[in-house]
Write a protein that binds this ligand. Structure first.
Ligand code: BTN
Length: 255
């Protein structure tokens, strides 16, 4: 999980119930994750635009009008395995929500990018500002224009507007994703990790050759999923597995 200093700016929110969540909706914020730093569990915050949207490893996340920029605050028990599995379970929740919309080809790219074939549809950033809460930040391309605003994203992203004849509106999408997220967070708490890990491992697609950037060192191997402790497992040419935690891997490239 990323560490961040919660210095924020925002418009006045509209606050309303959204299923079992309380939802704050802003016109514009710096970053929904930073604003959510001060909110209690089962509160979510959505903004129409972010002026300083944050991606993994301090990258900027383009957050123009028309996309879903959402942060959800969930309780944490403090167990190590929960810290490792929560980001993966959040990706699974987004995929399950998209499957409910009819997107059958949705898959995960480790740790929690949501992909349609080789294009990124959504990215997740998990922050922890206080010990007992996690902020799950979800950036989902809907009708926004990531490739127009950043030419390096050309042919690397996709949007719900490109995939569905009638993409849902942002309020309906927010409610759908929050419903799936709450279900999985409660399932993790009550039933533990094994069944969730099975479902997460089904979403990576077939085993594939990948390159891991370990902040300087590069390792190549076969990725076929995570182990029972939710660590990335990479098989080398001799069939030996190596295990990595999310904070050790700066980037995974599919080759
Ligand atoms: C990534 O793929 O690098 C993660 C992107 C996460 C973007 C979302 S948008 C809502 C939330 N607020 C942020 O500043 N970032 C996350």
């Amino acid at each position: 999980m990323d560490q961040a200093s919660p210095s924020v700016n925002s418009s006045t929110p509209v606050i309303s119930p959204c299923g079992d969540w309380t939802l704050y909706e802003h016109r514009v914020v710096t970053s929904t994750n930073l604003l959510a730093a001060n909110l209690p569990a089962w509160t979510a915050l959505r903004a129409d635009t972010q002026t300083a949207g944050r991606g993994r490893f301090q990258r900027t996340w383009i957050s123009d009008q028309g996309g879903l920029w959402l942060s959800a605050v969930v309780p944490l028990s403090g167990a190590d395995l929960e810290h490792r599995i929560l980001p993966l379970a959040a990706g699974l929740a987004v995929c399950n929500a998209l499957q409910e919309l009819g997107l059958r080809l949705c898959r995960l790219r480790w740790p929690n990018d949501v992909m349609i074939r080789d294009r990124k549809l959504a990215g997740l950033l998990i922050d922890q500002f206080v010990p007992s809460l996690a902020v799950i930040g979800i950036g989902l391309n809907v009708a926004n224009q990531p490739e127009t605003l950043d030419s390096t994203l050309k042919r690397h992203t996709t949007r719900l507007a490109d995939l569905l004849t009638e993409p849902p509106g942002l309020p309906a999408l927010t409610a759908l994703i929050l419903r799936h997220l709450r279900k999985l967070v409660l399932e993790l708490r009550h039933d533990g990790a094994p069944n969730l890990l099975l479902r997460i491992n089904e979403l990576w697609g077939p085993a594939s050759e990948v390159e891991l950037d370990l902040d300087g060192t590069v390792r190549r191997g076969l990725f076929s999923g995570v182990d029972a402790e939710a660590r990335l497992r990479l098989w080398d040419e001799a069939g030996r597995p190596a295990l990595y935690e999310a904070h050790q891997v700066r980037h995974l490239t599919e080759i």
